[in-house]
Design a protein around this ligand. Structure first.
Ligand SMILES: Cc1cc2nc3c(=O)[nH]c(=O)nc-3n(C[C@H](O)[C@H](O)[C@H](O)COP(=O)(O)O)c2cc1C
Ligand SMILES: Nc1ncnc2c1ncn2[C@@H]1O[C@H](COP(=O)(O)OP(=O)(O)O)[C@@H](O)[C@H]1O
Length: 308
């Protein structure tokens, strides 16, 4: 797969466009359709996306939190078999280009696009005027097809990034797989904490997320952790650590059956299930005994999913 940040070119291309945050099952359907159609016709398949999220430029206060980092996104797109990704820098100036000019300059002149495949709620161009219906009309004039794919449903609910973000915000991390096709995973770097964890008998890797992720409510979650391509079970705590009178948000994971120094490493944290909310313990002993219980419960949860 090739990645371009500006002037890519190709001929006879079937293209899909969007921000694709989360690359949920609906997005995956659209991308697979693009890939399969291109293969059948022996055309190039491409995915055109924007960075940063267009709303960050057009309406900064309404920018949604992310479901994935760019690295995670790239990996999923690659696994779906697209030939080319085009990442267009989304600027104020770019946001003012009318959809007709955008299509002509970016899609027809550069890729001689034969077909555009998008979700039915897709919009592009100045003020989002480039809806699928208008694109279809433009295509009739300029000689390309447009396919608008209706949202797919699961258990009667439309699959969508907003719905997935809300599940996460409510702590329902065990339900996102039905929509994403995978669990919610944070791409993180391990940073230094207060060095208190090991004294409690629970060393915890303090995590700095590598995207502006949507995050579940404060508390403790059973999780899996990928460290240097090995997967471990874990218990992760998101909170302000009131027991030690801290008031700074942190994400910390105790990794089961692991020892070693991983400061500075890039790791992935996969949320499996919420266990409880954050508590302010009166004594350190009470905290430690509750952490033991968290570890016991996490292991039961992880054993259950591994045996499915
Ligand atoms: C499974 C788990 C549960 C935790 N629960 C709480 C809690 O309910 N309240 C709290 O104040 N801190 C909680 N913590 C945070 C610990 O107090 C924290 O790991 C400890 O202060 C070590 O911090 P350090 O890594 O910065 O040294 C929890 C940590 C873990 C790993
Ligand atoms: N089982 C483990 N889980 C998490 N981190 C571990 C583990 N074993 C060793 N470590 C290492 O110890 C560090 C955590 O120790 P801790 O005393 O909590 O320090 P800090 O407050 O800097 O996170 C981690 O960043 C990691 O490098």
């Amino acid at each position: 797969m090739e990645i371009y940040y500006n002037q890519a070119r190709n001929s006879n291309t079937i293209i899909t466009l969007g921000t694709f945050d989360g690359l949920h099952l609906g997005h995956q359907e659209i991308i697979k359709l693009t890939v399969n159609k291109a293969k059948k016709l022996d055309y190039n398949s491409a995915l055109f996306t924007f960075n940063p999220h267009p709303l960050k430029v057009v309406s900064p206060n309404n920018t949604p939190k992310s479901l994935m980092s760019w690295k995670q996104k790239r990996r999923v797109i690659e696994s779906l078999g697209i030939n080319q990704i085009i990442v267009k820098k989304f600027t104020e100036e770019f946001s003012r280009i009318p959809y007709e000019d955008f299509v002509l300059e970016y899609l027809l002149n550069r890729f001689s696009v034969k077909e555009i495949i998008v979700g039915e709620d897709f919009k592009c161009g100045y003020k989002g005027k480039g809806t699928p219906d208008r694109l279809k009309k433009l295509g009739e004039k300029l000689g390309f097809g447009v396919q608008a794919i209706p949202s797919i449903k699961f258990k009667n609910k439309e699959i969508g990034s907003t719905y997935i973000r809300n599940l996460i915000l409510e702590g329902r991390v065990d339900e996102v797989k039905e929509q994403l096709g995978r669990n919610f995973i944070l791409d993180c770097e391990v940073i230094k904490g207060d060095q208190r964890g090991r004294k409690l008998g629970f060393p915890t890797a303090n995590l700095h997320p590598l995207a502006d992720y949507v995050l579940p409510p404060l508390g403790v979650y059973a999780c899996k952790v990928r460290v240097k391509d090995k997967i471990y079970g874990g218990a992760v705590h998101l909170g302000l650590i009131p027991t030690f009178n801290k008031n700074k948000f942190s994400i910390e994971v105790y990794i089961f059956d692991f020892s070693g120094n991983i400061y500075g490493e890039r790791i992935e944290l996969e949320f499996i299930k919420r266990i409880r909310g954050e508590e302010n313990f009166k004594t350190v002993e009470e905290l430690i005994s509750r952490m033991k219980e968290d570890v016991r419960l996490s292991k039961i949860i992880l054993d259950k999913i591994d045996s499915l």
